[in-house]
Every structure is written in C-alpha cells, then in structure tokens.
Design a protein around this ligand. Structure first.
Ligand code: GTP
Length: 598
C-alpha cells in the first residue's frame, strides 16, 4: 500500500525552458521548503550552478503532497540539466523514475534537447507528461507548442498541462496530474534488496554518499550490503532522503529514492550504475546499469604549483565519483611537468570540471587547449589513438590521420537557414538533408568534424541565428582528413603543451594567429623571446617579444606604499596562473590560445 502513494519522476527539457523554476514552485506549493528559505533555482545548490544559472548535476528531493483525493503522497522529484554535455546525468535520473515531466517553453516550442531527452525517456519506458511552461509570456503560443509535441515527438499533447513557473499559474493542476498520470512504483517489498546507484558524492565526514533507487526489498542501518559489480561488502551506517537537505530515516523500501552511507572510504569502490543487494540474501540479477559515455574532448591539466600533484590526483578521484563521465590518466609534459590528460564530454563539461576543482578543492590549475582524439593509421597498419596533439608521430611515420565526425542536427526558423548553412560550410561541414518541421521551422542535418563543433560552433550558431537555433549532435565515426601537427617553439624550444592539430588548409592562418596571440599574451621577460610556429622542420609563422627595460614598480611614486603593495600583490596573483617554461614565464591564457582562434 505504501508504494501506491509514491511517485518518482524527473523533470527534463531543453536548456532554459524552466525545469528548475518549476521545481522551485513545486517545493514552495508543497511547503517542502519554508517560504523564508526559498531562493530561486533551489535545487541548483552547487555554487557554480548558481553563478552560471544552469543545472549541472541531477538533484533529487522528497516532496509530501496532500492530494484532492484526500490521500497523502510522496513525490521524489529529480531535476536534471538541459545542456547537451550533461545528458548522461539525464539518462541516470530517468532510470530511477517511473515518469518524466517534459517541459516545453511555450514561446520556443520543441528544441533539439527536447527531442533528445524525450527519446531517452521513451527508451526507459517512462510515462511522459508534457508540460507547457512560460504561458505568462506575451510571445507564448501554447497551441503551437502542443502541435509540435504531437508532430515532432509523436506524443499526445491534447491534455498537456499549461503552467508558468514564474507566476505559479497551473502548478496546482500539475501536482494533481503527477498523482493521476505518473505510475506508482511496483517493486517487491518481500524480495531481496535490489537498489540502483544513480549518483554519488564524497563527503568529508561521511565518506561516500550514494544516491539510490530501491527497486525491491528494503535497507536499514546495520544491514550488510554487497555491491554486485565489485562484490565488496559494507555495513550500512545511515539511510535517508533529501528534502533538499539530508533527513535521516529508519529505512528505505522498494519504490524509495534516497541516500545511503556505508563507510565506503575509497572512491574507487563504487560506480554509478552499480547494483546494491543484501550480502546475506542477494538478488540473482544485477540491474542493467548505464552505458559508459566515452569522452570526446581532451585536455592536459597541471597544477600551477608542481608540489600539488598528489592533491590534484585526490581531487580528481573524488570529483570522478560525482561525475562519472570524467576520465583522467597521468601525463608528463616537458613544459608543464606532472599532470593528467583528462577526457570530457564537451567544452562546457571541461570548464565545469576546472572550476569545480578550483572552487571545491582549492587548486590552481593550468589547462592546455582542448582537442578531440585522433586516429593515426601507422605505416604498419596499426592504429594509434592520439588524445594529445603533441603525441602525433612525425610525417612519414603514418599513412593517414582520422578525426571524429558528428551528425549535427540544427533546428532553426526558416529565415536563418542561410546563415546556418554558411556557418556549417565554413566549418568543413557536408550537407546531408533538410526537413521542414512545420511552416516556419527546418531541421538541417550536416556531417561536421567534431573539432569544428567544439571550437566556438555553439556561440557562432547562436549569434548567427539570434539565439533561435538549437543543436544536437552524435558521433558517427572517424574519417581521414588532411591534418597536420603544428608545433610552437619558444626560443627554438618546442613547447609540447602548445602543439595543436589543424586541417592543412587552415594551418598557415592558425599558426600565424597563434604566434601573434602568444606575442600579446606572454609578458615581456628580461631577454628577447622568439615565438615560432612549425610543421615538422618548416617554420610557418613567427613573432618576437622584446625584453623589458624597467621594474614594474619603478614608475610609481614612492610616497604611495599602498599602491605599490597592491601592484606587487596583483603581480603575484597573476603569477599563480603562470608556468615557467624553460626560462620563459607563460600565463594560462597562452595554453588556451588555440581556443580563441577561429
Ligand atoms: P537548465 O537547468 O540550465 O537547463 O535551465 P532550466 O530549464 O532549469 O531553466 P530555469 O528554471 O533556470 O529557467 C530559465 C529562465 O527562464 C530563467 O531566467 C527563469 O527565470 C525563466 N523562466 C522559467 N519559467 C518561467 C516562466 O514561467 N515564465 C517566464 N516569463 N520566465 C520563466
């Protein structure tokens, strides 16, 4: 009977369609969070999420709701990120639910991530409840949004709930619809424990905290559990739910979504997607788990201070627990010392990892310019996977180099088809097809090298379509293209961390841009610095930084010690993000310079 009163659902949508705002209204209307504690985007509790106004991590919360039928219900609501880079968070959330609220902005209609997230929910056999949001906007067109949901997603939208997350309009009806439309969980309370780990994080006091969905059976403190994939056994120390702060409970039972701690000390002992069972009375079959998503963007990560290498390693291990898509392995660079080659799902993911490491673990890091991975087909026919541009063998040692290609689907209003095609063409895209979705919108499909997508494509797309286009892409394979490695030399020394791979047709222009950018970015030293770009032994671009003559503080009036101290302090802080390469001081910006080039 308990399960009849539980509803587990995720909120999914295209970025900015209003998931987090709707979650806020639900928390408010159900008095889950006292009015005075309510802040907007309540579930985006990570400092970085609040700074950027986006959801990065899934977040679950338990909500109590007294329905019109007179019964009390418990909702487990999981808010999910909307950006493509974080769609693996969405698929994990969905696996813990029976239903999904599909939020569509009434003024924007169905967008690329609306489609992608709907397919994820359909794959998981979830009940999908369409919700039209932002109906308070003058430009809202709920009827059109419904039509698009029907035509493009094949879902019945005739009784979609119309709401405004901003004003709260329609939210009471939405709560009722969650009760009537989302199926109750149907786990077996008597069966052996079977629980899915759908998220985890490291807590300094409690060790590893697992977010779990109990499928069958029950679990309480003192129980001995086994993690099926590693066969490791632990004693449960605490179970509870998030509301959104942790609240201890006596037990979690089939149908519940909550957290569990079990003195799991090392972050290597559990993996998101694993199944937990009872050590004494194990279940026979593990849950399907998750598909591991391979990283697509790689970058070197180095502590500014070399003695912080072990701290960085520990921080990466802890962060990986909370971010299963992050991959890393040790790497050495002659320029930067000991660090890690890290793999990310995209540039936003990379940014987020760097910022989390700096904010949550208090590290100062230097990152090298991101690149995709390349396949070098060697003369003997073997394939060498290159995830660091400086590892590309010399010309003559390989037959060809292949790079990953994506199928990019761009949804755009009619008027902007021209600029979109121009952009794709400029990014070495190959036109595939173009479908009219309705009277005003087109789905344009291109095959484009991933390297072009990760460099500024998203921003260029937004600016050339006034923000109206949406993008979704998937990897379709590797193709041979005419690629060359460009080395950058400072005073004739090649700097491995600055090497990059480019299409031959762009090589000269990019090398020139790179040298002139470096000339601006590298501060003057007390000797002349020569900057050169080269393909093999051939120098294709160069620039020179003249030595400086004066002490930076020399010109400051001696009677102003405050200003002098400030200036020296500023200089010192700037230094934190500098790396001495040979004798040359090179700032972080220089290592990311490739990114700034078009
Ligand atoms: P991500 O988590 O980053 O994918 O975004 P989200 O889908 O959670 O969107 P969020 O709730 O952060 O809202 C995006 C923007 O839309 C914010 O500026 C909200 O204030 C605004 N917004 C959300 N709901 C409404 C609404 O009903 N009406 C209006 N006018 N604005 C809304």
């Amino acid at each position: 009977d308990y399960q009849k009163h539980i509803r587990n659902f995720s909120i999914v949508a295209h970025i900015d369609h209003g998931k987090s705002t709707i979650a806020d209204r639900i928390l408010e209307l159900t008095d889950t969070v006292a009015q005075r504690q309510l802040k907007s985007q309540m579930l985006d509790d990570m400092p970085l999420e609040r700074q950027r106004g986006i959801t990065i991590k899934l977040n679950s919360v338990e909500v109590k709701y007294h329905a019109k039928d007179g019964e009390d219900y418990i909702f487990h609501l999981i808010d999910t990120p909307g950006h493509v880079d974080f769609s693996y968070e969405v698929s994990r959330s969905l696996a813990a639910c029976e239903g999904a609220l599909l939020v569509v902005d009434a003024s924007q209609g169905v967008q690329a991530q609306t489609l992608a997230n709907t397919y994820l929910a359909i794959d998981d056999d979830l009940e999908i409840l369409p919700v039209i949001n932002k109906i308070d906007l003058p430009s809202a067109d709920p009827e059109n949004a419904k039509m698009e949901i029907e035509e493009m997603l094949g879902l019945d939208a005739s009784d979609a709930v119309e709401v405004s997350g901003k004003t709260g309009l329609g939210i009471p009806e939405l709560l009722e619809r969650i009760v009537t439309d989302v199926p109750a969980p149907q786990g077996d309370l008597e069966a052996p424990l079977k629980a899915l780990i759908f998220d985890s994080k490291y807590d300094d006091y409690r060790g590893v905290v697992l977010a779990v969905r109990i499928e069958d059976g029950m679990v309480k403190p003192g129980d001995e559990i086994e993690i099926m994939n590693t066969h490791k056994k632990y004693e449960v120390t605490e179970v509870g739910v998030s509301n959104p702060h942790p609240v201890k409970k006596d037990m979690l039972v089939a149908g519940d979504v909550g957290y569990l701690t079990a003195n799991i000390k090392s972050v290597r002992e559990t993996r998101v997607g694993d199944t937990i069972t009872s050590a004494q009375n194990p279940t026979e079959e593990a849950l399907p788990g998750y598909r591991q998503i391979p990283p697509m963007v790689f970058s070197g990560m180095y502590p500014v201070d070399n003695s912080k290498y072990d701290d960085l390693k520990e921080a990466l291990e802890k962060l990986q627990l909370n971010d299963a898509a992050l991959e890393f392995e040790p790497e050495t660079s002659t320029a930067l010392g000991f660090g890690f080659r890290c793999g990310f799902l995209g540039l936003l993911h990379m940014d987020v990892v760097q910022e989390r490491l700096e904010q949550e673990f208090d590290l100062d890091l230097i990152m090298t310019a991101p690149s995709t991975d390349y396949h070098a087909i060697m003369n003997d026919g073997t394939t060498k996977v290159i995830d660091n541009p400086s590892d590309l063998p010399d010309v003559g040692e390989y037959k060809e180099v292949q790079e990953p290609y994506v199928k990019a689907e761009i949804m755009v209003p009619n008027d902007f088809v021209g600029p979109v095609m121009e952009l794709c063409q400029r990014k070495r895209g190959e036109f595939q097809t173009m479908d009219y979705l309705d009277k005003y919108r087109v789905n344009v499909i291109y095959h484009i090298p991933l390297a072009e997508i990760i460099f500024d494509f998203f921003d260029d797309l937004k600016s050339s379509t006034k923000g109206y286009a949406s993008l979704d892409y998937e990897i379709i394979g590797y193709r041979a293209t005419d690629l060359v490695k460009i080395d950058v030399l400072l005073n004739k020394e090649p700097i491995d961390a600055l090497s990059f791979i480019s299409h031959r047709s762009d090589a000269q222009a990019r090398a020139r841009q790179m040298t002139s950018l470096l000339k601006k970015l590298i501060p003057r030293q007390n000797f002349e610095v020569d900057i050169q770009g080269a393909i093999g032994a051939k120098i294709i671009s160069r620039a020179t930084i003249k030595p400086y003559r004066k002490d930076v503080t020399a010109r400051i009036h001696t009677g102003d010690p405050d200003r002098r101290a400030k200036l020296l302090d500023k200089q010192k802080r700037g230094k934190k993000r500098m790396k001495a390469v040979g004798k040359v001081e090179v700032p972080q910006d220089a290592f990311m310079a490739v990114l700034k080039m078009n």
